[in-house]
Design a binder for this molecule. Structure first.
Ligand code: FE2
Length: 277
């Protein structure tokens, strides 16, 4: 029997400042939605004022989860303690498995113009929190664009109901990460793994879902179910649709570390301070 997903909670992003003074909107990882297992954080940034982003994110550590950067506009340079360096371009994705620890910087590779994108944090299970750090990086040309009647779907990871497969592989949480552009007054539906947690985040325009209207910068946490069906309104819309397998493990987090216990968090600080990353 088909079970349509409904809206469990609507969350409006909270303006905040992070890094060395970057203005962003925190959607997951704020008091109204601390996490949505396995998703720990979602930040959205969108500004054409360099004062809002130029300070960037100077060197900082991560341990115990994955950071996923997806850029719509602008360029970001990343550099890490293991000697990896590169530039994320518009439409590109950087999927970093921080694992046991990495120290990196994320800095705008531009002095003006629009910078727009997202950073998502996805948890790792206890068995993989201390894994060797790894990257999956793909430019816009490696991210398939699925064309449907009235919509275009960029598939970053997971497989759509039409069989389009994203380039990022992560069997631990089996995430689905879609960037959907929808014409005005158009229906969109997609099959989801019924037991996965899922959300929709509106980038542009507005959406109708389960008789709830969602506007820009609003996120809807969805109930469990097989299918999500939604509609754009009188303007074209763009949104992210994400789903992932909940880990169901205890979460202890402090700043850039996300572990299962306080002891492991303390160990992360000690290891970082003693240069053991
Ligand atoms: Fe980072």
């Amino acid at each position: 029997m088909t079970n349509h997903r409904k809206v469990e909670q609507v969350v409006t992003g909270m303006p905040t400042t992070d890094g060395a003074g970057v203005e962003l909107v925190r959607v997951i990882g704020q008091p109204k939605l601390m996490d949505l297992d396995p998703f720990l954080l979602l930040d959205a940034f969108r500004s054409d004022n360099p004062d809002d982003y130029i300070a960037g994110f100077p060197p900082h550590p991560h341990r115990g989860f994955e950071t996923v950067t997806y850029l719509l506009d602008g360029r970001m340079r990343h550099k890490d303690s293991a000697g990896n360096e590169g530039v994320i371009e518009p439409g590109g994705i950087q999927w970093m498995t921080a694992g046991k620890g990495i120290v990196h910087s994320e800095m705008p590779e531009q002095e003006n113009g629009l910078l727009e994108g997202f950073q998502l944090w996805i948890n790792l299970p206890a068995s993989h929190k201390m894994s060797v750090p790894a990257y999956q990086e793909h430019g816009a040309d490696k991210i398939p664009l699925e064309e449907r009647a009235g919509s275009k779907v960029r598939v970053i990871t997971g497989v759509t109901s039409l069989g389009t497969k994203g380039p990022v592989i992560q069997p631990l949480t089996s995430p689905l990460y879609l960037d959907v552009s929808l014409d005005a007054n158009t229906e969109f539906s997609e099959t989801l793994t019924a037991t996965h947690n899922a959300f929709v985040y509106v980038i542009k325009g507005s959406l109708e879902l389960d008789s709830t209207t969602l506007g820009r910068d609003q996120l809807a946490v969805l109930t469990k179910g097989d299918i999500v069906k939604l509609y754009s309104t009188r303007n074209a819309a763009r949104f992210l649709l994400l789903a992932g397998k909940p880990l169901g493990e205890p979460v202890q987090r402090a700043g850039p570390f996300v572990m299962n216990t306080r002891e492991e968090l303390n160990q992360a600080y000690q290891d970082y301070q003693s240069g053991n990353f």
